[in-house]
Design a protein around this ligand. Structure first.
Ligand SMILES: Nc1nc2c(ncn2[C@@H]2O[C@H](COP(=O)(O)OP(=O)(O)OP(=O)(O)O)[C@@H](O)[C@H]2O)c(=O)[nH]1
Ligand SMILES: [Zn+2]
Length: 179
């Protein structure tokens, strides 16, 4: 990867031999590997067995989980907040694992819609919940620093599964609680 990054430096008109850039290919490789580490993680590993039995069937919400991802079209960051809710059916998840699942999918090349759906899908898969809701709000740098150059637009996506999709009251409770 370092040779390819060096080639890119030459293509954009830089001199990869100048002092400030000497270690740049190495740094960029390390940084890119970090930003895409979700490809090398699995759900099992991320959850690490932190599933607990629960009698409660009341809604659980984790709000304002910040995330950083990269759009697959331009490989530029998009970032914002993710809100997750679910209604358990016998099992609850260690709260930090909700955020870890968000990160696992965010640290890949993504579009926001798919990222949102992958998070709800993964939660449904491991929890077998009554329902899951995921809402994501993000700013896309490919829309801000290039392209249409709109600085204030925020994209909101949602994925509602099970009772969150079927029942308006459940969905309303979730959206009210994440406000
Ligand atoms: N729906 C969706 N679109 C995205 C996301 N990230 C980037 N895009 C869009 O993907 C589209 C790619 O459009 P193209 O016309 O192929 O690429 P482009 O010429 O670079 O487009 P502009 O950004 O309009 O300059 C753009 O409209 C981006 O805004 C995302 O997460 N979801
Ligand atoms: Zn983009």
């Amino acid at each position: 990867m370092q040779q390819q990054i060096r080639d890119i430096l030459v293509e954009i008109g830089e001199d990869p031999e100048r002092e400030g850039l000497l270690d740049t290919p190495k740094r960029v490789e390390k940084s890119l590997k970090f930003l895409t580490r979700g490809y090398r993680q699995t759900l099992e590993e991320v959850v690490n067995g932190a599933l607990f039995e629960a009698e409660s069937d009341d809604m659980v919400i984790v709000r304002d989980i910040e995330f950083f991802s990269m759009c697959e079209h331009h490989m530029l960051p998009f970032f914002g907040k993710c809100h997750v809710g679910y209604i358990p059916k016998g099992k609850i998840l260690g709260v930090s694992k909700v955020a870890r699942i968000v990160d696992m999918f965010a640290r890949r090349l993504q579009i926001q819609e798919r990222l949102t759906r992958q998070i709800s899908g993964a939660l449904m898969e491991i929890l077998g919940a009554e329902g899951v809701g995921v809402v994501m709000e993000a700013r896309h740098l490919c829309m801000q620093m290039r392209g249409v150059e709109k600085q204030h637009s925020v994209m909101t996506t949602s994925s509602m599964v099970g009772s969150f999709r079927r029942e308006l009251a459940t969905r309303n409770e979730f959206t009210r609680l994440i406000r």
